[in-house]
Design a protein around this ligand. Structure first.
Ligand code: UDP
Length: 260
């Protein structure tokens, strides 16, 4: 599969055309951003790990019948994916309260939700990805109410599956973000983008140690080591071992959750 011209460059990924008009190539960069682009860095090896972790998760979802854009991983940094029109909404699924929700509503960090909470944010950097209601999604034609119904149902199924998968490797799935798109070839709504420690909050189940992008957001250090730890527990690290910095496994120490 030959790589064509750059179609789109985002904060952490680049999309290139391919020889098939219905397929594109997704390239994972090492760039990291937070706080609406105010904090930026390049984290060596992050793109390789996210490519591998996202491939693993999306393949597992496909195996349980959740259709998504992944066709196959091409190399260390690239995947062949279905070309989709992204619905400009971030679907955030939460099991434990943390991050923006604690600030917005003053709920204590670490509060376990009785059932998963789904939030909708309008994907717009200039506006800071504002929280919106499903009525906005319908009113502005980003998706119809029945499409939102279908997507939220998929979000809950994905959450159930991923919670179980991570529980099996002693990790709590605290929250995560999903994106969906309409496949160019047939217009079907499918899961797209990536699922990785960049887009999920993952806490070690014994210590609550953060194994995700919060290590970057909160200057906790050992970012690549944490992503490697997730990959190692998922059983998929072998291929990267010689290509990125040596693995320094952290000692399990209790992490104090700072109250905001
Ligand atoms: N998230 C993401 N991309 C975004 C915003 C959020 O992947 O642009 C993920 C984030 O990693 C976390 C979840 O969505 O797993 C909820 O994030 P939150 O709303 O708490 O935002 P933050 O605290 O990052 O501002």
């Amino acid at each position: 599969m030959k790589k064509g011209k750059k179609l789109y460059e985002g904060k952490a990924k680049i999309i290139f055309s391919s020889t098939d008009k219905n397929l594109v190539i997704q390239h994972f960069k090492d760039d990291a951003t937070a706080f609406n682009n105010q904090k930026k860095a390049s984290i060596e090896g992050k793109g390789i790990l996210n490519n591998r972790i996202s491939e693993h998760i999306l393949s597992a979802l496909k195996d349980v019948g959740i259709e998504n854009h992944l066709i196959k991983r091409l190399n260390m940094r690239e995947q062949l994916i279905d070309f989709v029109d992204i619905i400009p909404i971030e679907f955030v699924i939460r099991n434990i309260v943390t991050g923006s929700l604690t600030k917005r509503l003053g709920i204590e960090d670490g509060t376990i939700l009785n059932k998963p909470l789904i939030e909708f944010c309008y994907k717009n950097d200039k506006l800071g990805d504002p929280l919106i209601a499903k009525e906005h999604i319908d009113a502005f034609g980003w998706a119809s109410l029945s499409e939102i119904e279908l997507i939220t149902d998929k979000c809950l199924r994905i959450n159930d599956f991923l919670q179980g998968m991570f529980r099996g490797i002693n990790i709590k799935l605290v929250d995560f973000k999903l994106e969906f798109g309409k496949r160019k070839s047939d217009g079907k709504i499918i899961l797209a983008d990536e699922i990785s420690p960049d887009t999920c909050r993952l806490w070690d189940a014994d210590t609550d140690r953060k194994l995700d992008k919060d290590r970057f957001r909160k200057n906790l250090g050992d970012i690549v080591e944490a992503y490697q730890e997730v990959a190692r527990r998922l059983g998929i690290l072998h291929e990267q071992a010689n290509n990125i910095r040596p693995i320094k496994f952290p000692k399990p120490t209790a992490v104090k959750i700072k109250k905001k």
